[in-house]
Design a protein around this ligand. Structure first.
Ligand code: LRH
Ligand code: MN
Length: 386
């Protein structure tokens, strides 16, 4: 693809940031409060809007309910749109309630399952009021010990609940089903892998697609192969992009394994309709500033996508057809080893943002201003709350 075509594709790239990535978050050991971190949904949306102003390619923010609950979602929609961003995926929270000890939609207790389904339906209504077309569903549901519950029974409860939810899903809305191989379930997880999520989506119908969180796989998993398969089956709805070294670490996208991110973005670059794939970031920042870390993730995704678009498809197809194993690999590595910083600087100039958005944030004194305006909000960790 020539530079003009690559720039055109990069201009169409839209990345969604997570509201929960702007607030203070930590581990079960401690939450280190950050000066100026967003304290409520309005400040989280303002920070998402700042990321969009500085990058030009993050026009929507995902909400998590009830973390971002308000009385008037129509007003929240206008609050966001007045600041240049739209409300993106609505994430139901089926783990933050005492009743969910033994699960939510898979819970043995029908009353708890009904409560969980009611919450999902509330989130569909919130999506309608905020103009969102995506319900992004992750279940913490699982068990910790063999025998704790009937594994088939839990699966059948999940199917029944999602069929009920799907039946009420408006036509213009999509249900994204997120899987995760463990945690907080430490023996079984009811939606543990892409296969289970794909089976579920096939069973539900075309409005249900799989969400791939890059941190939700066992070590050594070939995530781009899962992406390629889901794309060819038209089952890929979107991503929660982040990075990890060990488990679900939710680190800055591309910060640990930028080559994996490139390989994943390569599959997206080759898809017939990349704009149908919801590219969302899902990360949290335990020891670093939230906003410039988010901008770094957006920039790392742009970098990986630019390199992916530069792969010489013709030469690659020829070397693959010829069975030239190393030749084919070298075609891909040529693109990966291309320094795309000048190209991205040209893109950013074209769309009217600074060639280095992270530097622009820092030079702009935003961190100091926000620390001044908002101060430091202290938060307790799980252990400290105990
Ligand atoms: C679970 C998860 C899920 C969210 C949460 C914030 O690990 O990836 O997407 O609901 O993080
Ligand atoms: Mn996620």
């Amino acid at each position: 693809m020539d530079e003009t075509a690559v720039l055109e594709r990069l201009r169409r790239l839209e990345i969604e940031t997570p509201s929960w990535g702007y607030g203070n978050s930590g581990t079960r050991f401690h939450v280190y409060p950050w000066p100026g971190a967003a304290r409520d949904v309005h400040e989280r949306i303002e920070d998402a809007a700042l990321v969009h102003r500085l990058t030009g390619c993050a026009p929507s923010v995902a909400l998590h309910i009830p973390w971002d609950a308000v009385d008037d979602y129509g007003a929240l929609r206008h609050f966001a749109e007045d600041r240049g961003v739209r409300i993106g995926a609505i994430n139901p929270n089926l783990f933050g309630d005492d009743g969910y000890r033994l699960g939510s939609l898979c819970n043995p207790d029908p009353d708890v399952r009904a409560q969980a389904l009611r919450h999902c339906r509330e989130c569909v209504a919130i999506a309608e009021q905020t103009g969102s077309t995506l319900i992004s569903l992750w279940l913490a549901d699982g068990t910790n010990y063999p025998g704790q519950d009937d594994l088939r029974g839990r699966h059948e409860r999940l199917v029944a609940a999602l069929e009920e939810l799907y039946a009420d899903l408006p036509d213009d809305m999509r249900l994204l089903v997120e899987y995760k191989f463990f945690e907080p379930g430490f023996y079984s997880t009811d939606l543990p892998d892409w296969g289970t999520a794909a089976l579920m989506c096939r069973r539900l119908g075309p409005k249900a697609q799989v969400l791939v969180d890059t941190g939700h796989h066992p070590q050594g998993t070939n995530v781009e192969q899962i992406v390629a398969l889901l794309l060819s089956e038209d089952l890929l709805g979107g991503f929660h992009l982040n990075n990890r070294k060990y488990a679900d670490d939710d680190l800055i996208v591309g910060s640990i394994d930028p080559f994996e991110l490139f390989r994943i973005m390569r599959e997206i670059a080759r898809s017939e309709s990349p704009e149908r794939i919801a590219l969302m970031i899902d990360q949290s920042h335990n020891i670093e500033g939230k906003i410039d870390a988010m901008i770094q993730s957006v920039a790392n995704i742009q970098t990986a996508y630019a390199k992916a678009l530069l792969v010489d498809d013709e030469r690659l197809a020829a070397t693959q057809r010829a069975g030239d194993v190393l030749g084919a690999h070298r075609v891909v590595m040529d693109a990966y080893e291309t320094d795309v910083r000048p190209l991205l600087a040209r893109l950013r100039e074209q769309i009217g943002v600074d060639p280095d958005p992270v530097e622009a944030f820092r030079r702009g004194g935003h961190a100091e201003r926000l620390a001044q305006e908002r101060g430091v909000a202290s938060v307790e960790s799980a252990y400290e709350r105990a």
